[in-house]
Write a new protein. Structure first.
Length: 346
């Protein structure tokens, strides 16, 4: 008689965003044709068959990136004895004070600095292209580049000649992404010496957040997410993603801002920049990403002007600070003229 084989079962369901609420829901057809999909893992413990385990999470289909929290469920199907922890694995659950290892600045993730980035195939298709507002962008064809932090570091700081050869460095942030009804990912590289990091998230499509009043009276807020990744110097003096705990700390950080346009969920935005001790270093990268085919993004009226049809455009924080300073000694009309001549944003 053949023994029972307990293997993890995997199911994937297509997921789409609701056109009205923007919320995720299960779609129809093949999950590979959907911009997102729900992954469901199901397994039975081979020695404790009354114990089942289920795992579920949401992924972006094209980039294969997990974009949600992960849910893990344990289900005791019938009554029975408590599962036993077998063998040496029980040591993993014993409480003991961890010993803090010394920081080794050469201990980095996927350190492939000995391989020149210029010798690899470019992640970008065609050459630099000009947007309607005059900014320069590149068409991203290798989607793995979106999540390859070490490779991004080559372009942002480690290999300055990469951007020099591409001639795609911008001295201001783009007002709009390239307009398309198709899928597409577009990358703008921003000169770190010309643009303040506080201005990187500003564009003409703001706001990138919203609050929805639900039928039960609650309020659901959608806001951009920010995260930081610790970096360290390797033996060649290049920055790399680093293996370290939060308690160890490091002067070098990669900052990642991720947002979805609430009124057009197919458009996503990422902003990536670097700091040392809180001060900006290297260049920055702005990515606009259309995950599926659909309508074009549009501006929205902000409702704070004499003409309610005036479109919303967020003023860069550094410009707001300078405006407050100038208003203490100049007339508003003079301040407006002075700022219009200096702004690299408009």
């Amino acid at each position: 008689e053949n023994p029972t084989c307990y293997r993890t079962k995997v199911r994937k369901f297509p997921v789409v965003t609701d056109e009205v609420t923007g919320l995720f829901r299960i779609g129809q057809g093949d999950y590979r044709a959907s911009p997102y999909h729900l992954v469901h893992l199901y397994s039975i413990h081979p020695k404790e068959t009354r114990l089942r385990k289920k795992i579920a999470y949401l992924m972006e289909t094209e980039s294969r990136t997990i974009i949600s929290h992960v849910m893990i469920m344990y289900d005791y199907h019938t009554e029975g004895p408590v599962p036993r922890i077998r063998g040496p694995y029980s040591k993993r659950f014993m409480r003991k004070t961890p010993r803090r290892p010394p920081i080794d600045m050469s201990d980095t993730l996927d350190d492939v600095s000995d391989i020149s980035e210029s010798e690899k195939e470019s992640p970008f298709g065609l050459g630099p292209q000009q947007a309607e507002d005059g900014s320069i962008f590149l068409d991203l064809t290798d989607m793995e580049f979106l999540n390859d932090r070490n490779r991004q570091l080559h372009y942002l700081i480690n290999k300055p000649r990469l951007l020099e050869n591409l001639a795609c460095l911008n001295t201001r942030v783009p007002m709009f992404p390239p307009m398309t009804t198709q899928r597409g990912t577009f990358v703008f590289f921003i000169d770190g010496g010309e643009v303040d990091i506080r201005n990187l998230t500003c564009d003409a499509l703001s706001p990138w957040s919203e609050s929805l009043h639900m039928s039960d009276g609650s309020i659901m807020c959608r806001r951009p997410k920010t995260s930081k990744i610790s970096l360290g110097l390797n033996r060649e003096g290049h920055l790399r993603v680093m293996k370290m705990s939060r308690s160890q700390g490091t002067d070098y950080q990669m900052h990642i801002y991720a947002a979805t346009l609430p009124r057009l969920p197919r458009l996503k935005k990422r902003v990536i920049y670097l700091t040392k001790g809180g001060m900006q270093i290297g260049h920055s990268m702005i990515v606009y990403w259309y995950t599926e085919e659909g309508a074009l993004p549009t501006q929205v009226p902000h409702g704070n002007s004499i003409t309610s049809e005036a479109l919303y455009t967020r003023l860069p924080p550094s410009v707001r600070d300078e405006a407050r300073r100038l208003l203490a000694t100049h007339q508003p009309s003079e301040v407006a003229e002075m700022l219009s001549n200096k702004m690299n944003y408009a």
